[in-house]
Design a protein. Structure first.
Length: 202
């Protein structure tokens, strides 16, 4: 997959603001022995790529006659809108080992007959090459009962992917639902106010 970028002719706060107004995201590209360069990418094109491939997407960036494999190293989002304000893309090679936080995703939750499933960890840290980065790691909860626990060691990890987290780290628990005390049907007796004079009707 590839996305096109244009070299920014001017930089700075004013230039970045103008770029964002016309649907572009300011980008800084660096790493892997290349010269740092300022670019812009189309917001809709980048959002579509992110929706399709996830936050750990590795893709080819085409700019100024070059094609460079990159991934998202850092980003900033607008404070009032859920959109990217700027991007840092790191140039990488296909054999380079990357450290990535991969999301954990529950499957077959609807089959759980008892208990409440709680993800203790939302991600697991792995090391692998760009082409082997998983978009997520699934945890199958089918058949689990109250008291069951899953650790990092229980995860199904794809080939060529090394987990960096402690194997005994808990990632999921199944607990009993919290009981809500029933409301009492007894009549509430209003407290007597001592010293209050009774009002007599004429």
């Amino acid at each position: 997959m590839a996305i096109k970028a244009d070299v920014r002719k001017s930089t700075g706060t004013s230039a970045s603001r103008k770029a964002r107004k016309v649907g572009l995201i300011p980008v800084t590209l660096y790493g892997n022995g290349i010269e740092t360069v300022s670019l812009t990418v189309d917001r809709r094109e980048f959002d579509a790529l992110l929706k399709r491939e996830g936050a750990n997407a590795v893709f080819d960036l085409e700019y100024d006659g070059n094609v460079q494999k990159v991934w998202i190293k850092d980003f900033a989002k607008a404070s009032l809108q859920d959109e990217f304000y700027s991007l840092d893309l790191e140039a990488i090679s296909k054999d380079q080992k990357l450290t990535v936080d991969v999301p954990l995703v529950l499957i077959n939750e609807e089959t759980l007959k008892e208990g409440i499933v709680e993800l203790i960890a939302n991600t697991v840290q792995v090391e692998t090459t760009p082409d082997n980065i998983p978009s997520n790691i699934e945890i199958d909860v089918e058949g689990l009962v109250i008291g069951d626990v899953k650790t990092v060691a229980d995860l199904s990890i794809p080939a060529n992917v090394e987990v960096l987290d402690d194997a005994q780290q808990t990632v999921l628990t199944v607990s009993a639902p919290t009981e809500v005390p029933e409301e009492s049907d007894e009549e509430v007796v209003e407290p007597e106010v001592i010293g209050e004079e009774e009002t007599q009707e004429d």
